[in-house]
Design a protein around this ligand. Structure first.
Ligand SMILES: *Cc1c(COP(=O)(O)O)cnc(C)c1O
Length: 397
């Protein structure tokens, strides 16, 4: 089907939940994708920080193909080798000791919210159930996670929200302290607010938070659904701040495009779950786990994470250089290959202009261009993106 025809069918058959860019991607190779008309684009969205190995990575394709031939799905009624190998890999490379698998970021946060409530009420009594989250955060679209998401536009129309959530201002210690009391079970936040406009947590703020949580026996939960799996230059963003959370959620990049989410925790916290406490039919399915295992092996053993670090700083430097000479750019923020460019004008028009020049980027919070390319992007490809961005923005001055 041509793009226009797919657009007509979309309006007719799909619920109207997305405002879409007029593009239908049909295949991809590396950082390049192709539309229904055969046009080539450079992909700096990567399915929103999902396709960490780009498109059609041979190791990922082989792992999926091989697992599909053996077994696509079984149930958590039975033991599964891909699941334990993936959990072992995540534990070996993080603060965590236990993993629960699910299928998305929202579900990973649901698991984290449930575990935090269960642990805290078991340990400190039934009144200890509140979770403090941040304004402008994003944690998902289920009822619990949209309640956790501190954005009115995402909560609108869904009252009554889940009880037991409070909101603080990101990077603001007094605002957080004002929300904490004997009922506080956990603090849930993103080390970099992705959907919220690529806002990076201050190191001092996170250190303060860690100490506060430790002193008051409050759980610190990092939502690394977007920042995890090498996005920021380390496997997890928390590694760069010199602190460790008690729990962490993952999804987006974990399966390299195959849906999988995970909630990680220390042994102490994870012990609050017992058989029957939580479950998921598809969670940790062999196909998804084989894909995620292949992704982690390419990043950690294949050297791609290491390589992505210098590419990430190349992108950051290039964007800062643009900021120096394009007055429309207010600020450039981010870590590694999660970069935001805040403009003084609407960013959606710039996204369209870039698309016309065959570069796919995205915009969040109306004025923040977000670049989250595959981690395998090359410096030459980044230079191409910077060149187009510079031309497109200069035309608007
Ligand atoms: C995307 C995202 C989610 C939600 O993930 P889904 O897979 O869409 O449910 C949660 N938290 C953060 C930080 C995200 O970026």
């Amino acid at each position: 089907m041509l793009t226009e025809e797919i657009e007509r069918y979309t309006a007719r058959y799909l619920m109207n939940t997305y405002s879409r860019v007029p593009l239908s991607i049909v295949r991809g190779r590396g950082c390049k994708v192709y539309d229904s008309e055969g046009r080539e684009y450079l992909d700096c969205v990567a399915g929103i920080a999902v396709n960490v190995l780009g498109h059609g990575h041979p190791d990922l394709m082989a792992a999926i193909g091989q697992q599909a031939r053996h077994l696509i799905h079984t149930s958590n009624l039975y033991y599964s080798e891909p699941q334990v190998l993936l959990a072992e890999m995540l534990v070996q490379h993080s603060f965590a000791q236990k993993v629960f698998f699910c299928n998305s970021g929202a579900e990973a946060n649901e698991a984290a919210i449930k575990l935090a409530r269960r642990y805290s009420t078991q340990k400190f009594g039934a009144d200890r159930y509140e979770i403090v989250t941040m304004r402008n955060s994003f944690h998902g679209r289920t009822m619990a996670t949209l309640t956790a998401t501190g954005q009115a536009k995402i909560q609108h129309g869904y009252a009554p929200l889940l009880p037991g959530f409070k909101y603080a201002t990101f990077n603001d210690v007094p605002s957080l302290e004002a929300q904490i009391d004997e009922k506080t079970a956990a603090i849930l936040l993103e080390p970099i607010q992705g959907e919220g406009g690529v806002v990076v947590a201050n190191q001092a703020y996170l250190h303060h938070l860690r100490k506060l949580c430790t002193d008051r026996h409050i759980l610190l939960i990092f939502d690394e659904v977007q920042t995890g799996i090498g996005r920021t230059g380390t496997l997890f963003a928390y590694e760069q701040f010199g602190i460790q959370p008690d729990m962490m959620t993952l999804a987006k990049g974990l399966g390299g495009g195959v849906p999988i989410g995970a909630c990680l925790a220390t042994d102490e916290v994870a012990s609050a779950f017992e058989p029957g406490s939580h479950a998921s039919t598809f969670g940790g399915n062999p196909l998804a786990c084989a894909a995620a295992l292949a992704v982690l092996r390419v990043l950690l053993e294949g050297g791609e994470l290491e390589k992505s670090r210098s590419v990430g700083s190349h992108l950051a430097k290039g964007l800062q250089e643009l900021r120096g000479r394009i007055p429309l750019i207010q600020e450039v923020r981010g870590l590694g290959l999660l970069q935001g460019v805040e403009l003084s004008i609407d960013g959606n028009a710039i996204v369209q202009d870039c698309l016309a020049r065959r570069i796919i980027i995205n915009c969040t919070m109306d004025r923040v261009l977000r670049l989250v390319p595959p981690l395998i992007i090359t410096k030459a490809e980044i230079d191409q993106v910077l060149k187009v961005l510079s031309e497109v923005l200069n035309k608007r001055v």
